[in-house]
Design a protein around this ligand. Sequence first.
Ligand code: G1P
Length: 916
Amino acid sequence: MTQESWRFKDRHGVFQLKHGDESNYLYFPLVNEAGMMSAVTPTLHGSITSGHNTFLMEPISVESLHNSNAARNFWLFVEGEGAWSVSGNSAQQQGLKFSGQEEESEIEAGFLWHKLTRKHKKLGLKAETTNIVPPSEDQVELMKVKITNTSTEAITFTPTSAIPLYARSADDLRDHRHVTSLLHRIYTLSYGITVKPTLSFDERGHRVNHKTYTVLGAEGQGKSPIGFFPIVDDFIGEGGSFSWPKAVVANMEPTAHTGEVIEGYEAVGGIRFATVELAPGQSISYITMMMIADGDIEGHELRNKYLSEQQFDTWLTLTEQYWNDKLDVLSFQSGDSDYNLWLKWVTIQPILRRLYGNSFLPYHDYGRGGRGWRDLWQDCLALMVMEPAEVRNLLINNFAGVRIDGSNATIIGSQPGQFIADRNNIPRVWMDHGAWPLLTTLLYIHQSGDVDILLQPQTYFSDAFHRRCQVKDKEWNVNQGNHLVDQHGHIYKGTIIEHMILQNITPFFHVGKHGNIKLEGADWNDGLDLGADHGESVAFTAFYASNLKEIVKLLLDVHDRSNIQKIALAEEMTILLDTLSHPIDYNSIDAKQALLERYYDSLMPSISGKQLELDIVQVANDLHQKSMWLTEHLRTNEWIGNQEGYSWYNGYYNNDAKRVEGDHPNGVRMTLTGQVFPIMGGVATDEQVKEIITAVNRYLKDEEIGYRLNSNFGEIQQNLGRAFGFAFGHKENGAMFSHMTVMYANALYKRGFVQEGYDVLNSIYKLSANFPVSRMYPGVPEYINAKGRGMYTYLTGSASWLLLTELTEAYGVKGLYGDLQLEPKLLAQQFDQEGLAVVETLFADRKLRIEYENVDRLDYGKYQINKYEIMLNGNKVSSLPQEQVNSEFKCVLPRALFTELDTGQSHTLKVKLGRV
Ligand code: G1P
């Protein structure tokens, strides 16, 4: 049977999907700021947790979604008929699968609520189950089950809700699953069941536990249950299971009542309600509350707060309001309304990643909740536009993770600016890590005009590792703390610009045999982890080259705009600014490596703490020379061609110091990453960009899968990375990996290849939204696999990049040192019938609605902004003079225009596009 697609029900992004349970890997996120993290599937499966050590329902991976029966459930024992599950999780309902007799079911979901409707046709019963995690201060999930008699006869049934209570750390799933059940103390309250294990056994040791895991239930008007089944054994019965529990199937009497304590068993929130008779057309609702708390719960207060239909409905409204308010700060209205709504679901993704980290959704069954360094910076990109309030502090705090050797801490604490030393293993250095902070900080500076951030002082991270983790100081101990101290024992602080220069200048010297920056532990592609000795990432060499260029521009702009003549840099850094005193030959690999060693030596046994005031133009000049050298080097040595006559940039050298890309007996080898950064940063010339596009279309573009991350190398690559151990077409081995594909689009837009950039973004949308194949809800997946399925949904850095590319490139709305720059790169088809394309965004703390009016629906290249007819709230405003902007296609509006406006409301900027 071909699966029907989801479709949008309204203009707010609510979507509906029939027979959601006929797609195995679907899940939907429910989450709040208090730290409740749930996932819910079309059969109401999925974990409920507040962290790695506090799972209310079992931690699960995607395969358990269909293979385990430990799901949220709500049962009816219907007189004359037997057991029926509102989630479709009874053995009988499962038995209808593939028979053509499947029950009718439908998912409806919005921001952020999930509703499952199932119908028992023969009986004429309809069950609507809605789940939310309310925006309250509690770690709580609520579920309302509404049963309606749609038949013409009265129906009598006995309801039982059954939420398995795992109540412990994810570590205990395999390790001591049984022993940890002996720690359980299960209490029956008047409305439900709470589990408070005596101890927690996890990585932190065996400690007294204070967490409680609770399931409460009430009939919609607040009426209490009539009894409980708190122990899994008793509930399912010998030989039974969660899909055929004896307590329900045999309609047993409850095994427990209020006020009992049961010790040492697997628990379940089995809650029995009184038998009811529903007249035709009549409905009844039941509310279930699932909560993780820091101590004993106040049943009475919680009942008043959550446990009635009225309360549930209020929380549902608040939930929708909360998320809609959040998402309202960024929205796009192009000619394709489905695309606009799909983008709304992408818009929520960066917030989800902030809340879930990289763990706690079914595909993300790894990690303990934290985020990596790279994600820290990349997720900021979209958050900067959507949740800008805390960004400045966040950025400054993040810089505290940089080491004085240009590398950085990779274990990130739960508080902003908290970085933790790796005490055990030799940690890896990801060579791309140093490149991202500049990009994010530049975006911030341009959005806000806050150049001052560059001069803010910040500490450096210090631990046992030196020389980009090549040397471990055995003497170092954790009591020394993680701040770099100078020779006098004072904590050393350098400016933010010092941190950024260091991050981008040390890699320049850290080169392999071919003069490119060493791959070290890996680059952006975590799977390229086997080239630490001789591997080189040409791709990221291009990124660092353009970063150096950007820093030069930044320094000179700062100099021109603010007349700052000098910057203070750590005295030792002058070694790295070699052209200021003792220039070395950049063509000599040895000279570069020796210079870096000299710099490392100068930091031993500690940094002096002295800073030198250096002429900003001279520093810029040094960096300029480095950037130019890299650019020339890449253009001369890494631009390759093959027998079929295609040309592109080689992206890597492997651990045998052999070039990776080009013709090969197993087939042509090419990576997308190798192309993206030379394009994005201007290393590739315009002519080369054209050739790259042709080569990408030849070797990486697949009609079914989209733009692949790499071509098929045909064998594992023990000298490059584990990624090639993955089957081809999956994850970091040749899937359509959204993050890199979006960056490819971004790069193409930046270079003015607008149609091509659009085609790339559009292909991601089309692949993701093609439900019968992608089998995912609206949003962008981490990747599209060999079968076309959307994988690792919701938590992916590609969402940030996608939004940013739409906003700053396609709609062309971005800051320029705090002023507002407009440079739309929209194609004719992106305007609606009236010739309008609208983006709503925050700028200067004001909500702006920017309306581009292109009445003749001219294509990109044929229109330009009519600078004399820009209207802000109906009044004509003037842009900065052309000579200051340096492009006839751009228009820049001074920030002062916006800072005068009221912060409480939305303001409209009408921008007419006329023929060129
Ligand atoms: C994930 C990681 C990201 C990494 C990428 C490639 O991508 O989060 O840091 O660079 O894999 O290995 P994401 O899931 O964010 O799209």
